[in-house]
Design a binder for this molecule. Structure first.
Ligand code: ZN
Length: 181
């Protein structure tokens, strides 16, 4: 049986991998990405192991984006950034490389060479209408009423030991990572 890879982010949170810690509280941590896109590029992550955003409870998502917003303000104030991108790569086709949800906060300056732009696609009227119908059908009930009860619960602050990726998770990520040139 293959060895299960331990989650890199969980190991950073457990201080098993050294990091440049910018902020920490009972269930979140923000660190500098030392190989980041620009100086000051930070990662904000939940201490609990959630591979993708859909798995993060609402109370924790709210808190994580609050922290990201405040770190963005700190980047403006202390580094003189002219803008920030607050960015999530959710899933491998979206560029996610580690199976632990993180939020990137990226300081931006004019002409800094970071390319988050895309070519606009020309969709036919029919394609747009089809997509609109499908999405509206799916979002008719976003489930907030039901979630309000769960909302009343406090965010989980229990932090587990570094999580070993499940074999499927590990295989999925390592298979996809090999495609990266
Ligand atoms: Zn993890």
């Amino acid at each position: 049986m293959a060895m299960k890879a331990a989650c890199l982010v969980c190991q950073i949170i457990e201080n098993k991998i050294p990091s440049k810690k910018i902020y920490e509280d009972e269930f979140a941590m923000a660190v500098l990405d030392v190989n980041g896109s620009n100086p000051g590029h930070c990662f904000v992550m939940p201490k609990n192991h959630y591979p993708i955003i859909e798995q993060v409870p609402d109370a924790e998502i709210g808190r994580l984006f609050n922290i990201s917003n405040r770190i963005s303000s700190a980047i403006f104030e202390s580094l003189g950034a002219q803008g920030t991108n607050i960015f999530v790569a959710n899933g491998i086709p979206a560029g996610q490389t580690v199976a632990h949800f993180t939020i990137n906060v990226i300081p931006r300056r004019e002409n800094d060479g970071i390319n988050l732009q895309w070519q606009p696609k020309q969709l036919s009227e029919e394609e747009i209408s089809t997509v609109e119908l499908k999405l509206k059908e799916q979002t008719k009930n976003l489930g907030f009423e039901k979630d309000e009860k769960a909302e009343a619960e406090k965010p989980r602050i229990h932090v587990k030991k570094p999580v070993a990726l499940s074999e499927e998770e590990d295989e999925y990520f390592s298979r996809q990572m090999r495609r990266v040139p």
